[in-house]
Design a protein around this ligand. Structure first.
Ligand SMILES: [Zn+2]
Length: 98
C-alpha cells in the first residue's frame, strides 16, 4: 500500500469551467456549486428566482414608463400645434371686417 499515491483528499466534485476555479453560488457567494446547479440550496434558489423576477418587473416598468413618456411628448406637440391653430384663427377673427 502506498498512501502517497491515493488521492483521497481530492476536492469534492465542484463545477470547474474554464479557469479551473470553482463557481460559487451567485446568491450567498460562499458555497461552491456542484454540477449544473444554479444555486447551492433551495433557499438560495428561491432568492435567485425572486431577484430574477424583480429584475424583470423593473425592466417591464421601465419600458412602460418610456412608452408613456413618448406618448406624452407626442401629445404635448399636438397640443402646441392645436394652440397655434387656435391663435391663428383668433387673429383672423380680430382683423377688421372687410
Ligand atoms: Zn447559496
Amino acid at each position: 500500500m502506498n498512501p502517497q499515491s491515493a488521492p483521497d483528499q481530492r476536492p469534492q466534485s465542484v463545477a470547474t469551467p474554464s479557469g479551473g476555479l470553482p463557481v460559487y453560488c451567485p446568491v450567498c457567494q460562499t458555497v461552491p456549486l456542484q454540477g449544473k446547479q444554479q444555486a447551492c440550496s433551495p433557499r438560495c434558489r428561491i432568492q435567485k428566482s425572486m431577484a430574477t423576477r424583480e429584475a424583470k418587473r423593473v425592466k417591464i416598468q421601465a419600458d412602460r414608463d418610456a412608452t408613456a413618456r413618448l406618448h406624452l411628448r407626442a401629445a404635448q406637440r399636438s397640443v402646441a400645434e392645436t394652440q397655434r391653430f387656435i391663435s391663428e384663427a383668433l387673429n383672423l377673427l380680430q382683423e377688421p371686417s372687410l
